[in-house]
Design a protein around this ligand. Structure first.
Ligand code: FES
Ligand code: FES
Length: 170
């Protein structure tokens, strides 16, 4: 075998099986362990609701929940989700609190271009599930990792606060 071919083989990433729970369903894929979770979701599994903005963990567009905590999936490797629980925007409307949150954000007119929206929903849902209350400053802190270029955040915070209020009163 020529050195060239040997070199090509040595550059192939080792593939491993990754099993995790995705939106409530057990999922197994065979992949490069260093592949980005964002790419697995969008390209391998067709869940394109999760968006890519900066690709560097700064904008929050790619936020998903990993064991209930918001993470930026552009900087999470495949191996990090093995045995864990991942929720994406596609899994949110199946839950009553997620549905309520989305409704409240729409009612508050918190969506303009919508690019940031999936990531904001994921961070806000984690806030609600951690017992978050309708406090504007706390909500802003919870969403600090999610950039929105359109809304100025006021309507987003209003929508999340309303969701916290209604969820508490249910
Ligand atoms: S695309 Fe992941 S944080 Fe910006
Ligand atoms: S609605 Fe456009 S970036 Fe947030």
């Amino acid at each position: 075998m020529s050195n060239y071919i040997l070199k090509q083989f040595s550059q192939q990433p080792a593939m491993i099986d990754i099993s995790f729970t995705l939106n409530g369903e057990t999922t197994t894929i065979t992949t490069d362990p260093l592949r980005r979770l964002l790419d697995i979701l969008r390209d391998d599994l067709g869940l394109t609701g999760t968006k890519e903005g900066c690709g560097e963990g700064e904008c929050g567009a790619c936020t998903v929940l990993l064991d209930g905590k918001p993470v930026t999936s552009c900087i999470v490797n495949a191996v990090a989700v093995h045995g864990h629980d991942v929720t994406t925007i596609e899994g949110v409307s199946a839950s009553p609190d997620g549905r309520l949150l989305i409704d409240c954000l729409y009612e508050a007119e918190a969506v303009q271009c919508g690019f940031c929206f999936p990531g904001i929903v994921m961070s806000a849902l984690a806030y609600m599930r951690a017992g978050g209350i309708a406090d504007n400053e706390r909500i802003r802190a919870a969403l600090a990792g999610n950039l929105c270029r359109c809304t100025g955040y006021e309507f987003i915070v209003k929508g999340v606060a309303e969701a916290c209020r209604r969820w508490r009163d249910l």
